[in-house]
Design a protein around this ligand. Structure first.
Ligand code: GLY
Length: 442
């Protein structure tokens, strides 16, 4: 009966908590949260509300509660070195140490690692600590992507054609980024379709999980500002209909080689999730970025499908024996729709931002699963924050059936909320298939 510490308080961590609670090993779940998540709280034997930067308090809690191992959900505690602090008191973790977490926390580290170890997948790119040389490099590329070198909650990436039009604007944006960030990464923009490949890694073995596609834009039709992710889907064959088998194999091979490079570079095995944001292009899979954790919302697509005992998976990650475990997922489709406050992702002066912090009612979501994210449970009910509130997940034999289940679930939530109706529709997916057909044309 292991004592497991879960760190995190979002919908991703609610899905992790559920996977732990389902284990046949009768684990005892203890959760460290920045804010109280009612879903995680209901699955935990004990909870503690506290900061992700207070490493002394987290290790004190782990020691006091005889924690056998920890599972770290979000990137912030990884960036703060929580895995290193737990290791010092003998508590292993599913999640990389601070140095290995640079895979996510430093975009320049990962680009340079991939480059240095001659791993395919990088765009043409350069890291600039100042504006020196930026203009010439920008002018040598057709279209560009600009990235601050640090954690941005998935919202800091600026793409030509989406967020700005000209190279002059790109230069001005680089200057702006350099005011807050030590460096700016200028990259060649890829044309293609994105997919999330979340891999489990024990340092040497990399195991792929079902592919997921996230939807970052706030509004239907992929319009509006980028968000942390408005929802996602996965298919019964665990692939995406616009991908070739070689795209997936390339994504896995890149991840295997990056895991090996990380070990060689840092001297430590990477134990946790390597979530590759890939893009299928005319010339195969290319790497957009890595995250050092499960995706949010993507964790809600894959963890409910996991047939293998999640606690067993965690133990094998920690022991470095993933090669000895057969990890299986149900062959079902999933559709996840995030319910957000109407003002989510919009400028602070937008009229809808007034609806943040309003009360919501959650009725019977029927066959849909519900994962709490940023909600505030007060004595008189559940309140929105300014962020994503609740993830609603439909699971079924077909995508259309999963989408309908998710839609019915969404209807059970009342209040000044918004969500994307088009996620999981065949029309949106057909658009992706047509896009890939077009760019692959000779
Ligand atoms: N799906 C976006 C993220 O987890 O960062």
């Amino acid at each position: 009966m292991p004592n497991i510490l879960l760190i995190g308080n979002g919908a991703r961590e609610h899905a992790i908590a559920e996977a732990i609670a389902r284990s046949g090993q009768a684990p005892s779940l203890l959760s460290w949260m920045k804010a109280r998540n009612p879903g995680i709280a209901s699955l935990s034997r004990k909870i503690q509300i506290g900061s992700y930067t207070d490493l002394a308090a987290i290790t004190g809690f782990a020691r006091e509660n005889k924690i056998d191992f920890a599972v770290i959900g979000p990137e912030d505690p990884l960036n703060n070195g929580v895995v290193d602090a737990l290791a010092q008191i003998g508590v292993p973790a599913v999640g990389p140490n601070k140095s290995l977490a640079r895979l996510e926390t430093s975009k320049s580290f990962t680009r340079n690692l991939v480059n240095q170890y001659r791993i395919p997948g990088n765009p043409r790119y350069r890291v600039f600590p100042s504006l020196d040389g930026v203009k010439d490099f920008l002018n040598g590329l057709d279209a560009v992507v600009l990235k601050p070198d640090g954690l941005t909650g998935g919202k800091g990436v600026l793409v030509q054609g989406d967020h700005f039009a000209t190279k002059d604007e790109a230069l001005a944006l680089c200057a702006q980024i350099l005011k807050d960030s030590a460096s700016v990464i200028v990259e060649e923009k890829f044309d293609g379709e994105e997919f999330s490949l979340q891999c489990l890694c024990d340092g040497k073995t990399v195991v792929g999980t079902p592919l997921v596609q996230d939807h970052k834009r706030r509004f239907d039709g992929d319009c509006g500002p980028n968000t942390g992710g408005m929802g996602s889907y996965s298919l019964p064959d665990h692939s995406m209909p616009f991908l070739r088998p070689s795209d997936i194999e390339e994504g896995l091979e890149i991840t295997r080689r990056v895991a090996a490079a990380l070990w060689e570079e840092t001297g430590s095995p990477y134990k946790g999730v390597m979530y590759g944001g890939f893009i299928a292009t005319k010339n195969g899979a290319r790497l957009l970025e890595y995250n050092a954790r499960f995706g949010d919302p993507e964790a809600m697509n894959i963890l409910p499908l996991l047939k293998t005992d999640f606690v067993e998976v965690c133990k094998h990650i920690i022991d470095g024996t993933l090669d000895q475990l057969n990890i299986e997922f149900e062959k079902k489709a999933t559709v996840c729709k995030y319910i957000v406050p109407k003002g989510y992702g919009l400028p602070a002066d937008h009229s809808d931002t007034a609806s943040s912090k309003a009360r919501i009612e959650v009725g019977d979501t029927g066959k849909a699963r519900l994962y709490y994210s940023s909600v505030d449970q007060k004595e008189d009910g559940l309140y929105l924050s300014s962020s994503r509130a609740v993830g609603i997940v439909g699971i079924a034999d077909t995508l259309e059936a999963a989408r309908r289940i998710a839609e019915e679930g969404v209807k059970a939530v009342k209040g000044p909320i918004a969500y994307r109706e088009d996620i999981g529709t065949l029309a949106l997916i057909q658009k992706r298939i047509d896009h890939m057909k077009k760019i692959r044309m000779p």
